[in-house]
Design a protein around this ligand. Structure first.
Ligand code: HPA
Length: 265
């Protein structure tokens, strides 16, 4: 529809295939001070305005450490997005979690090292609270939707984010286990933290593609893709069911994340 500015209140950040759930889809490009994110697909799901962003690009050409997380989150904010439902592939460190399981994590350990971490580089000095890094309202909605569709769903888990693109060593996984991590992936940080910095709610629907390094014979990217393909329909259905369950009004603390966070303007 020429002339109308694209808008969305909810975003899905994930792999490929989510565009297909959007009705009346239009492609949108939004430039940001941080660069140009991949194209967004914007339209409707259950009468809600929804944007889909493939974080690795439409042809999966961006490795996790090269994703422009700031441009992505900034563009979603510019579109009016207040809620982000992310999907992430993860390896399981906790032996109770198995390939094919779905987990809605509740906390993060950030072991990334080369990624731009913040929108606040000065003179604005801002320290956002991440005592609850995932939005409690969105977590609840994702869990309800997941449990309606699937019986292998875990409520909570600590997700460690590594830099990649290589997988971890067995010693790194043992260290992460001692530190309390249940899962390991490469994409939740700084994505979740950047969303919080812009007062956007964020929760993640993780699928376990493999046991972490040292817990199975060897790790391959092909295996991750195979499990992703196997779970694509179920992940998509969970997201479709979750969207109409998201309350229109936000009562969570994410919407007030900048209150008291600023040291100096
Ligand atoms: N490690 C890091 N990232 C991942 C893994 C893993 O084992 N599986 C899927 N993404």
């Amino acid at each position: 529809m020429p002339g109308r500015r694209a808008e969305a209140e909810i975003a899905i950040i994930g792999g490929t295939g989510f565009e297909e759930i959007i009705e009346g889809a239009e492609e949108v490009r939004i430039g940001t001070p941080y660069g140009l994110p991949p194209r967004l697909v914007v339209g409707e799901v259950s009468d809600r305005r929804v944007a889909v962003l493939a974080r690795h690009g439409p042809g999966h050409e961006l490795p996790p450490h090269r994703v422009n997380y700031r441009a992505n989150i900034w563009a979603l904010k510019a579109l009016g997005v207040k809620r982000i439902l992310a999907t992430n592939a993860v390896g399981a460190i906790n032996p109770d979690m198995r390939p094919g399981d779905i987990v809605v994590p509740h906390d993060i350990i950030d072991f990334t090292r080369s990624r731009a971490q913040t929108f606040y580089e000065g003179p604005d000095v801002v320290h956002v609270d991440v005592s609850e890094p995932f939005c409690p309202e969105l977590r609840r909605v994702l869990l309800e939707a997941a449990r309606m569709r699937y019986d292998r769903v875990h409520d909570g888990g600590v997700l460690a984010c590594t830099e990649g693109p290589r997988f971890e060593t067995p010693a790194e996984i043992r260290a992460l286990r001692v530190l309390g991590a249940d899962l390991v992936g490469m994409t939740v940080a700084p994505e979740a933290f950047l969303a919080r910095e812009l007062e956007i709610c964020y929760a993640s629907l993780c699928f376990v593609s493999n046991m972490a390094a040292g817990m199975q014979e060897r790790l391959t990217a092909t295996e991750v893709l195979e499990v992703a393909a196997r779970l694509r329909d179920i992940m998509r259905s969970i997201i479709v069911d979750a969207i109409p369950r998201i309350p229109r009004e936000r009562k969570c603390p994410c919407s007030r994340a900048l209150q008291g966070a600023r040291l100096k303007a």
